[in-house]
Design a protein around this ligand. Structure first.
Ligand code: SF4
Ligand code: SF3
Length: 546
């Protein structure tokens, strides 16, 4: 076995990537990521001790922890050299925290005592002793719950990072990283303890998504219903992918008046609905489908591309010279734009777009509608409630989550197509590309398909559900609302934990169940929350609507 990773839905054979990641992560990067997580656990150990002693941890350390966790999330960073830098820095931070923690009267776990070697090769060698499967004798349910916690923390780290760059942090969120990481080293914790910690992570992640919502809406206003062009326009262009609205804003400022069109891609689509972003006339439209289509859609493209977060796939030679990464994202030999003194200089990206010249002519225009975050939907709540009471709206479906390449994901397209005409579809995250260009018509004045936003806007969907439950004086589980979710990477893991921690039941989850969930842990989730694997669209629809 050259590596072991089973953190995403795409994992080889539904069990684990052992030779090479299906995502393109090679054994070298996999090893360095394992070692980085090991060091982060050591940081968690000392961090938790510091917090227990009533002392504080500085902001830079919080920022490092979230960034380093985020870097190991699926399809974010594939650059071994960047991980060597993270490892060196993690070690220094761990040693600082050790000093700050002072005297500790208990056994110090190996991860906290670990000293890093000086070369990359030695680091890769050391990583063999610390990966997910290194302790062969570990109880499989304990391993499952520890990994669930780690993957949920990685997802939350991404959201905490986005809020942080917009100047918003929260001590409960920051501090939970240490508690969660430290818990994965604690052999005294029982299955119940670890299960409860995962539920606590769900609660803390709700706070984190709320924080990010207030960061995004505070900086760019509340999303409003907005038509978005999905066809090509003549002229030079830059495509911006990922979740980071601040990167998009900075690029919009730097391209103003330069004759460059900006297109969103993937999870950047909801950006069009924010007043402070849509005011730029050169934010012209959205390009392409979900992340797994990028190699085909970027092939030989006459424009430049900026990847702000996941999901990055191996760039083909036909566009390797015109794709740029920034922030946590990385690919060896792909140009990277660093932040210097709080500013990013996108000049190389802009010059590349101008040099490539862009599309030669306009395509016939097509548009889709976005911008149904909590503020918009709740402003319509009286009318929605009336429509439900009159029987015009029979049911709500939340069909969303991460997209991916497996053929089984056609389920979500079929399911959306099968929703009856008196039902509303709420959608979010990149899974929406399975059906967001279809015309679902309207119920009265409401479009039947409401795009709530990015994956982190699951916060909005929860707010909407809670408001409906309040209006109908019932529990969320008693609403005529069904959640049909798709997962791929670790942000979906933390969102799922949030939904479960809010006691949301009867979630349909697919396209397959996580390989890191052991049969016993799955049974607990089924017993407690009636979570169900998707079957086929027709049967599931029948089960839901009767
Ligand atoms: Fe495999 Fe997913 Fe891990 Fe990549 S992130 S190595 S595809 S399990
Ligand atoms: Fe998609 Fe990668 Fe997860 Fe934010 S962009 S949802 S998969």
């Amino acid at each position: 076995m050259e590596m072991f990773c089973y953190q995403c839905e795409q994992t080889a054979g539904g069990k684990g990537c052992v030779k090479m990641g299906v995502c393109g992560k090679d054994p070298e990067v996999a090893a360095l990521q394992d070692l980085l997580i090991y060091l982060l656990k050591g940081i968690g150990f000392y961090g938790q001790k510091i917090l227990e002693k009533g002392k504080k941890i500085d902001k830079e350390t919080h920022k490092f922890v979230m960034d380093a966790m985020f870097a190991t999330l699926t399809n974010v960073n594939f650059d071994a050299e960047r991980f060597v830098e993270y490892i060196n820095k993690a070690y220094k931070i761990k040693e600082n925290l050790k000093e700050l923690a002072g005297n500790i009267e208990e056994n110090i776990p190996d991860a906290a005592n670990y000293k890093i070697p000086s070369t990359k090769e030695e680091m890769i060698d050391d990583a063999k002793k610390v990966g997910v499967m290194a302790d062969e004798d570990l109880d499989q349910d304990i391993r499952s719950l520890r990994e669930l916690l780690i993957y949920g923390l990685k997802g939350m780290a991404a959201y905490a990072h986005h809020a942080y760059v917009l100047g918003k942090t929260d001590e409960t969120v920051n501090n939970f990283f240490y508690k969660g990481l430290a818990a994965t080293l604690n052999d005294n914790l029982t299955i119940d303890d670890l299960f409860n910690l995962n539920m606590e992570l769900g609660q803390v992640n709700f706070k984190c998504m709320e924080l990010l919502d207030s960061a995004n809406t505070g900086a760019y206003g509340n999303p409003e219903p907005t038509e978005v062009l999905i066809t090509k326009k003549k002229g030079p262009f830059i495509i911006v992918s990922g979740h980071d609205l601040k990167d998009l804003k900075e690029l919009l400022e730097q391209t103003e008046g330069k004759g460059i069109n900006i297109y969103t891609h993937g999870e950047m689509l909801p950006a069009h609905a924010y007043p402070e972003l849509k005011k730029y006339p050169h934010l012209v439209g959205n390009y392409g489908g979900a992340w797994q289509d990028q190699q085909k859609e970027f092939d030989n493209i006459p424009g430049a591309i900026l990847m702000t977060t996941n999901c990055l796939q191996k760039p083909r030679d036909s566009y390797k010279d015109r794709i740029f990464t920034t922030s946590i994202v990385g690919w060896p030999d792909v140009a990277h734009i660093e932040e210097v003194n709080g500013k990013k200089d996108f000049t190389p990206l802009i010059e590349k777009a101008l040099e490539l010249g862009g599309w030669q002519e306009d395509e016939e225009e097509k548009k889709i509608l976005v911008g149904f975050g909590h503020n918009t939907v709740l402003s319509l709540s009286d009318k929605i409630i009336e429509a439900v009471k009159k029987g015009d709206i029979r049911h709500f479906f939340l069909i969303g989550g991460c997209d991916g390449a497996r053929p089984g994901r056609n389920y979500y397209t079929e399911f959306a197509e099968k929703t009856p005409k008196d039902t509303i579809i709420l959608t979010l995250a990149c899974g929406k590309y399975r059906f967001n260009k279809k015309d679902f018509g309207k119920i009265g004045e409401f479009p039947r398909l409401l795009d709530v936003g990015q994956c982190n806007d699951a916060y909005s969907a929860i707010k909407i559900a809670v408001a409906l439950a309040d209006a109908f004086e019932c529990d969320v589980n008693e609403l005529p609302l069904s959640m049909i979710l798709s997962w791929y990477e670790q942000k979906a893991v933390c969102i799922l934990l949030t939904l479960l921690s809010l006691n949301i039941k009867n979630i349909y989850l697919g396209p397959t169940l996580p390989a890191f969930i052991s049969p016993n842990v799955l049974q607990v989730l089924v017993d407690k929350f009636n979570i169900k694997p998707i079957s086929n669209a027709e049967a599931d629809m029948k089960e839901i609507l009767g």
